[in-house]
Design a protein around this ligand. Sequence first.
Ligand SMILES: Cc1cc2nc3c(=O)[nH]c(=O)nc-3n(C[C@H](O)[C@H](O)[C@H](O)COP(=O)(O)OP(=O)(O)OC[C@H]3O[C@@H](n4cnc5c(N)ncnc54)[C@H](O)[C@@H]3O)c2cc1C
Length: 374
Amino acid sequence: MDQANVLIVGGGVIGCAVAEALSRKWTDVFLVEQNPKLGMATSSRNSGVIHSGLYYPKNSWKAKLCLAGNRMTKEFCARHNVAHRTTGKLVVAQDAQEAGELEALKKRGEDNGVEGLRLIDAAEIRVKEPHVSGYAALEVPSTGICVAEELVHAYARVAEGQGANLVNHAKVTALDPKNGAIEVRLRIGDEEVSEEESIAARCLVNAAGLYADEVAGLLGPRPWKIYPVRGEYCEIRGPKAQWVRGLVYPMPHHDQLTLGVHFTTTMWGTTLLGPTAAYVDGKDNYERGRLEIAEFAKDAKTLLPEIEEADLQLAYTGLRPKLKAPGEAGVADFVIEADPEVSRAIHLIGIESPGLTAAGAIAAHVAELVSRIL
Ligand SMILES: Cc1cc2nc3c(=O)[nH]c(=O)nc-3n(C[C@H](O)[C@H](O)[C@H](O)COP(=O)(O)OP(=O)(O)OC[C@H]3O[C@@H](n4cnc5c(N)ncnc54)[C@H](O)[C@@H]3O)c2cc1C
């Protein structure tokens, strides 16, 4: 049986960033990914925004790791040629009442350490975003965008260069703690041609995204359950795609499921509208029962009154790994902790947005936890 110092389950942005951080320090770091390629799940089905850390409760993991991750992600992208840009963003209020809420949002961002926040009026909105309609806005200069798939592959490339072993088409099917290690059973290959293999890992990092609750459950009954919440996108086509220069958001939704359907420019020069948010019935339900374009157009018109249904086309979707059940109040924080019974297993659960931004900072924290085990 192969021996690993660390085995990471999941080759999304989190698993790959963790592999990069751990392989700087330890040998025999393995990462296993069930899909034929890395980053095929949530890590390539998102908005690609490098968030600032504005929204999250003070001292939460989301706030701390997003703020640190914003800087770390930009530095990593610059060093490893990942396409990215600091665009800044506007959070736009539509009336005096919403403008009051912007003040509170600014205060929250400042409490979290976000720099350069500034309230601007309707005239300045027009200067910055001539087609956007609003009463007032909060300008957030540190927000940026990147190509998420490139980021995943850059973390993976650096990890491999440092000696990590990244194995695709390898699904973790069982975990058995014994003799100072965890025996990890794997199915290698696809449904038709596959073989079983085992690796004895001194430490396990569960970065299985939507399936992190199920991977944790391989150690026995555990308290976490992930509910998939689908985010759907439209793309603006034709010349109107250039109507939005940076990132433009409405006030965050009171349902606390999303930041509100917003406009995001991409590194390809297109403009995305979305993501929406709705609980769906399965972790593979990317397409069944999708929203009509007309529903996006209705939301979009508040910020961009001249947009028409004909300017939009349906684009991709992504699934958020939510820890709150439908109707349950509040926002869950990231879970980053050792298993309650098997302390050499570290779980990363509910890593929804801002997970892409926070990946490098999450990985640095995981490296600290691993150093207490190895
Ligand atoms: C609609 C949407 C928009 C978002 N926008 C942003 C944004 O703009 N900015 C931002 O910072 N964040 C954003 N996020 C969040 C961000 O995309 C996620 O936090 C991040 O991608 C999570 O990465 P991950 O590696 O944990 O998960 P994943 O990318 O899902 O990776 C987990 C991997 O584990 C593998 N796996 C699962 N089970 C097993 C098993 N048993 N054996 C082997 N492998 C297994 C899966 O195949 C998968 O590849 C968004 C998310 C969504 C859904």
